[in-house]
Design a protein around this ligand. Structure first.
Ligand code: NAI
Length: 296
C-alpha cells in the first residue's frame, strides 16, 4: 500500500479535472493537500472558487486540505502559498505542477500574446512553483515534483504550437532538475496524461469521454510522487494504461567528409534505430560522439 501519511502536497490547478483527481486520491491516502487554483476559464481568463469546492469534498471524506487561489504565473503569490503551506502543515514534500490553459490556433493565425500566455502558465508557472519549494526540499533532503507534459509536447498536434512548446519545455526542465535534485533526494518526473476534462471535452467523442476518467490517470501521478518514485521518467497515462516515453539517440554516423551532401548520402544510416540509447544526461551524448570518433 502506497501511503502519503505525514506528507504535505501542493497540487496546482486542482480545482477540477486531473488536479482534483490527484488531490482527492492524495488526501484519501493520508496527505495534507493544498488545493491551488485561481479558477480560470479554459483560456486562463477569469476567477472562481473552484479550489474551495474540492477542499470541501476532501474534508467531507475525512481528509485534510486547504484552498489556495494563487496564480502560478505570479512568483510572489506562489512564494506566499509555500510559506502558508509550511506554516499551516509544518512541511512540504510533494509538488504536482498541473495548472494549465489552452489558446489553440494554427501557428499561422496565432497571436504572440496567446503564445506567451500559454508558455507563462505551463512552463514559467511550473518553474515558479518548483523554484519556490526547491530550498525547502533540499534542506529536508526529501522532495517529489511532478511536471505535466502532454502528447502534444512530446509528439506534436495541429493548432497547439504554444502549448506544445511549453509542454516539451516541461520535460526539459524535469530532465535537468532530476539531475540537480538527485543528491538531495528530490525526485522529479513528468506525466503526459490523457483524460476527459473540460480541456478535452470538445475533442473526444462521447464513448471516449466515458473511458478516459481523470481518476484513471491518478495512479501514475501518485506513483511518480511517492516515496519509491523513480526520477527523470516520462509516463503517458490514460484510461488505466501507463506508458513510458523516451528521448532516444541513434548510434549515428561519422561522416566521411563534413558536407551536407554526406549527410544526405548517409541519411538512412543516421536515422537507423538499431542500437539506439537513452542518454541519462546531455554529457552522455557528447561521450557517444567521442566514442564514434574512436570507431566505437
Ligand atoms: P482543467 O482545465 O480542468 O485544469 C486546469 C486547471 O488549471 C483549471 O482548474 C484552471 O483554473 C487552473 N489554472 C489555469 N491557470 C492557472 C494559474 N495561472 N494558476 C493556477 N491555476 C490555474 O484541465 P485538465 O485536463 O485537468 O488539465 C490538467 C493538466 O493536464 C494541464 O496542465 C493540461 O495541459 C494537462 N493535460 C491534460 C490532458 C487531458 O487529456 N485532459 C492532456 C495532456 C495534458
Amino acid at each position: 500500500m502506497i501511503s502519503f501519511e505525514g506528507r504535505v502536497a501542493i497540487v496546482t490547478g486542482a480545482g477540477g479535472g486531473l488536479g482534483r483527481a490527484y488531490a482527492l486520491e492524495l488526501a484519501r491516502r493520508g496527505a495534507k493537500v493544498v488545493v491551488n487554483d485561481l479558477g480560470a476559464a479554459r483560456d486562463g481568463t477569469g476567477h472562481s472558487d473552484a479550489a474551495v469546492a474540492v477542499v470541501e469534498e476532501i474534508r467531507c471524506a475525512g481528509g485534510s486540505a486547504m484552498a489556495n487561489g494563487a496564480s502560478v504565473t505570479e512568483y510572489d503569490q506562489v512564494e506566499a502559498m509555500v510559506a502558508e503551506t509550511r506554516a499551516e502543515y509544518g512541511g512540504l514534500h510533494i509538488l504536482i505542477n498541473n495548472a494549465g490553459i489552452l489558446r489553440d490556433k494554427s501557428f499561422a493565425k496565432m497571436d504572440m500574446a496567446d503564445f506567451r500566455a500559454v508558455v507563462d502558465v505551463h512552463l514559467i508557472g511550473s518553474a515558479n512553483a518548483t523554484r519556490a519549494v526547491w530550498e525547502t526540499m533540499r534542506a529536508q533532503n526529501y522532495g517529489r515534483v511532478l511536471m505535466t507534459s502532454s502528447s502534444t509536447g512530446l509528439y506534436g498536434n495541429f493548432g497547439q504550437a504554444n502549448y506544445g512548446a511549453a509542454k516539451l519545455g516541461l520535460a526539459g526542465l524535469m530532465k535537468t532538475l532530476a539531475i540537480e535534485g538527485a543528491r538531495d533526494n528530490i525526485k522529479v518526473n513528468t506525466i503526459a496524461p490523457t483524460a476527459a476534462t473540460r480541456m478535452t471535452e470538445a475533442l473526444f467523442p462521447p464513448e471516449m469521454l466515458a473511458l478516459f476518467k481523470p481518476e484513471l490517470v491518478a495512479p501514475a501521478a501518485l506513483f511518480l510522487v511517492s516515496e519509491d518514485a523513480p526520477t527523470g521518467a516520462i509516463l503517458g497515462a490514460g484510461a488505466g494504461v501507463v506508458q513510458a516515453a523516451y528521448v532516444t539517440l541513434t548510434r549515428g554516423v561519422k561522416l566521411p567528409e563534413a558536407t551536407p551532401e554526406a549527410v544526405a548520402e548517409n541519411w538512412a544510416a543516421i536515422i537507423d534505430r538499431t542500437g539506439e540509447i537513452v542518454p541519462q544526461s546531455g554529457a552522455e551524448q557528447t561521450m557517444t560522439i567521442l566514442q564514434r570518433l574512436q570507431g566505437g
